[in-house]
Structure formats: structure tokens, C-alpha cells
Design a protein around this ligand. Sequence first.
Ligand code: C5P
Length: 220
Amino acid sequence: AAAADLAGRHVVISAGGTREPLDPVRFLGNRSSGKQGYALARTAVARGARVTLVVANTGLADPAGADVVRVETAQQLHEAVFKAAADADAVVMAAAVADFRPARYAAGKIKKKDGEEPAPLELVRNPDILAELSAARPKPGQVVVGFAAETDDVLANGLAKLTRKGCDLLVVNEVGEHKTFGSEQNEAVVLAPDGTRTPVPYGPKEALADVVWDLVLQRW
Ligand code: C5P
């Protein structure tokens, strides 16, 4: 990639995993480390872009040169991404967003009572940020990229998801107990609506990030 080929562009990246609180001490969460999103931010800064990184619950230090916005829940991520996306040339949703959140938040710690069965956990749907953004395109010509972690039928599920979400690119990777989450490495295939598939061999998350920016550049 050329040194400053993203110069003059504003890109928004979400990273990490949302937490959906049940009470002051508990939440529903996921295993996303945020490393792929941070790799996207570092490479975009290196290539000259203005970068807004919306971070959900990572233990990682802010990448140099990016504007960092920290959030906790999917609803907060939704608000922060849409705010930043208003003038963004590309939005890359690398964050793992909870599809559901607890229907109610208990202001005090939920207690267990002797001899009582646990209460069922009632969930409600969170907004699908990627699908909403793909439909809205707040800035004309904006390129929207999603990620999909699949455990089986990776390609078939990826293609169906690309259509359902309406994004321009979908980075699909296979996840399992020892794959991808928390790792420095990734292996993926990037799918486009025209049927193009760009396989990215097992390697550093920066390498995958650079392929994503190359494909975004082509779409601009
Ligand atoms: O449907 P699934 O969660 O597998 O889709 C993954 C992609 O959709 C990721 O890019 C993720 O950031 C995005 N997503 C979202 N809002 C949700 C759920 C997922 O933007 N509520």
C-alpha cells in the first residue's frame, strides 16, 4: 500500500465487544479482544486517514493518532458510530455487538434466594448498527464494511449475511476455541456483493486490515 493513500479520508472503526448490564455488577458479554479493530485503526493512521475509533470494553491502550470514543453497550455504540459516521468516507464494524440485551436492568444486585429456581432471563433485541448504517449511508459514497465470525458453513453463512446486512464488504472468519479471539493472527475471506472473494491467508491482523483498506480504496 502507498504511504498516504487514505489521506483526506475520514474512517470510523468500531472495536471490542459490547457489555449489556444486568445489574451493577453483572453483564452479558463476548470474547472479542478488540485487536482486529485496533489493527484497522493503526493501519489507517499509517496510511494518512483521519481515524475515529469507537471502542467497547477493551484493555488496549489508545492507538496513537486516532480519536478514541469509549462506550459500553450496543445502544451507546449505535449512538457513537452514527454520530461519527455523519461525515465518514468509510465505516468498518469490527466490534462484536450483542444481538440482545436484558429486558430490564436491576438497580440493585440481583440476589439468589435459598430453595428458589433462578428467574428466567428475558432479553430484547438490540439495533443492528451495520444493517441500519448500510441502509442509511449518512454520507454519499460511504463504504460500509462488516465482520462475521462463523463457526460452520463459513462461506454460505457469510454470503447470506452480506445480503441481509446490505454492506459493501463482509470480512468472514472462522472462529473456534483456539481461533481468532484474543489472537494476534487472523485468517479470512472478504466477500463483496458482486461475488468477488478475496482470501487473506493466516497472518497478522495488520495484514488483513491493509487488505480491507485496499478494497475500500477500490470502492471509492
Ligand atoms: O449478525 P452478526 O452479529 O453476525 O453480524 C456481525 C456484523 O454485524 C459485525 O460487523 C458487527 O459489528 C455488526 N453488528 C452490528 N449490530 C448488531 C450486531 C452485529 O452492527 N446488533
